[in-house]
Design a protein around this ligand. Sequence first.
Ligand code: PBG
Ligand code: ZN
Length: 317
Amino acid sequence: MRRLRKTSLIRELVKEVRLDRSDLIQPIFVEDGLKRDVPIPSMPGQRRQAFSTVGREVTRLVENGVRSVILFGIPADKDETGSAAYDSNGIIQKTIYELKQQFGEELVVLTDVCLCQYTSHGHCGLVKDGRIDNDETLPKLAEVAVSHAHAGADMVAPSAMIDGQVKTIRDALDDNGFKDVSVMAYAAKHASSFFGPFREAAFSTPKFGDRRTYQMDYSNPEEALREIALDVKEGADVIMVKPALAYLDIIYRAKKRFRMPTAAYNVSGEFSMIKAAAREGWIDEKSAILEVLTSIKRAGADMILTYHAVEAAEWLG
Ligand code: PBG
Ligand code: ZN
């Protein structure tokens, strides 16, 4: 076996999985009311963008070869129903419009469709009698998705794990003349400890209980496949598995079973663990990041949502 490992060029020749800049999607936080961008303490190197700085940040990404972003909004005010999430003049809607004006088809704009950053209770759906009401939430999510499409989003990504959200959103997009807007379904999204840094970044920690009545139990791989099958049936264009690293088996099975365009979300906790260990000098940051991202692609992901996108793109050249 060692003959083909002899030199760097031979190793390049026989390489089976090749990470590419075009595989990477950078998540971006935009906060309403900010005057300038501010660092996110739980996610070293990541910043909450202001409306006035997000264009410059995306320019930096595009110059480094990252051509896809997923936007997360942080509103000035939260309320019981998360109404800022579907405000046509909301921070995300304005940002989508600006980015599309600035970059047009040179940038793929994806948007996270959920309520948790926008609700006072921090849950992904509407609360009724202390529980997350599935069917009452559906039209709200559809409103969010349509408002994003209206502003110019290329792809909407429902992440609430509310049953029927993909179909409801697909129908609403079609009914409102957005047949060309695609849906990336957070199909198998697991209740995970690895979302911690994100929730600090987006102020979206639930005020009571947790998300285990809607996000998946990580012990159930067969159920993950059923979840994904439903989203495919409901009209998802892209399926997603989230998180990525502790779920490589799910990514592998999903790709094998459905043969769909498949995304994996290398989440905030996975990002921050690498940053922390690198900061301590315990691992080599660059090689660890490239190893992790390659492993996600090797498992079957066609695209990776990752906070490492820009730095990795710079290294990949
Ligand atoms: C909102 C949402 C979350 C993430 C993506 N969309 C947080 C959550 O479900 O609590 C997590 C992303 C990350 O940790 O990087 N529904
Ligand atoms: Zn949510």
